[in-house]
Design a protein around this ligand. Structure first.
Ligand SMILES: [Fe+2]
Ligand SMILES: [Fe+2]
Length: 286
């Protein structure tokens, strides 16, 4: 298979996995992490994160540009039942899809990854089918109901934070895939930072979802960095801007009324300071 076609194929798979992560996360958060359906959705979404990551690593290694826009995830949001049917259909479609792709590829590692994504999709379809079987009556016909308690201004603030952190995280992750084999372990360390950003993003998004809103997984503009040095520069400026904004947010009257939000915001600010220092140390190393 020709390299450009291979990269395009893998990017399309990555965009499918990206879509699955968001769908299961959003739904899982709406159900609540402490509910059986919610925790199972979030657990499956973590496996989709591996899937996306393996593809990102391969595309990065091939020197390809990573596609950071998710594909659409077709789903019928009428009830839990229709949602689970949509998830089963999505996962089942991926089983032959990955199998066919694996057969077209010569590289044994890429073939293994595609095969695994196929059989793990089969497991996901089975798990969703089991969840569907366990749902009864009202629960089956209904949808998660949010608390609807947070004021609109706070929801807007949280949604803006979701957009910003999501954008920052994607940019960071793409750089860690793209420059994975440069300058020792910097790519690896950037992935470690990206994982913390994912957690920070979750802190903001969970509150939106628990309140009944759909977290805004919309990224801002992501210009892919052309080299590691400019990726690090951009990452420093991103994390610095975010920290300045979050320091201001710590004095926001509405924010201060919510203890859980404040605890996570404090943690985020500390991590952002740590990340900025660490990124600056990469510059000295390079
Ligand atoms: Fe997957
Ligand atoms: Fe899956």
């Amino acid at each position: 298979m020709e390299k450009d076609a291979l990269i395009a194929m893998l990017n399309n798979d990555l965009a499918d996995e990206h879509a699955a992560i968001i769908r299961y996360l959003v739904h899982g958060w709406m159900e609540g992490e402490d509910t059986p359906l919610g925790s199972s959705l979030i657990s499956i979404s973590r496996e989709e994160m591996w899937h996306m990551h393996w593809l990102g690593m391969i595309i990065g290694r091939l020197g390809g540009e990573i596609v950071l826009t998710p594909n659409p995830y077709p789903h019928d949001p009428s009830s839990r039942e229709t949602l689970l049917h949509s998830y089963i259909a999505y996962e089942e479609k991926l089983i032959p899809h990955y199998k066919e792709e694996a057969e077209k590829v010569d590289d044994p590692q890429i073939r293994r990854v595609l095969q695994r994504e196929g059989w793990e999709s089969a497991v996901h379809a089975k798990k969703f089918a089991r969840k569907l079987k366990k749902l009864k009556g009202e629960e089956k016909k209904g949808l998660p109901q949010g608390d609807g308690e947070l004021p609109k201004s706070l929801i807007d603030t949280l949604q803006n934070e979701v957009v910003d952190k999501y954008t920052e995280m994607l940019r960071h992750m793409a750089a860690s895939w793209r420059f994975q084999s440069q300058e020792g372990t910097i790519g690896w360390e950037m992935m470690d930072q990206a994982m913390a950003k994912m957690k920070q993003l979750a802190h903001f998004a969970e509150d939106v979802a628990e309140d009944g809103g759909t977290p805004k997984f919309e990224s801002g503009k992501i210009d892919p960095a052309q080299d590691l040095k400019s990726a690090i520069e951009k990452a420093i400026s991103d994390v610095h801007t975010a920290r300045m904004r979050h320091l201001k947010l710590k004095n926001d009257g509405e924010f201060r009324k919510h203890e859980g939000l404040m605890i996570n915001l404090d943690l985020t600010v500390q991590q952002e300071e740590y990340h900025e220092e660490e990124l600056r140390s990469f510059k000295d190393r390079g």
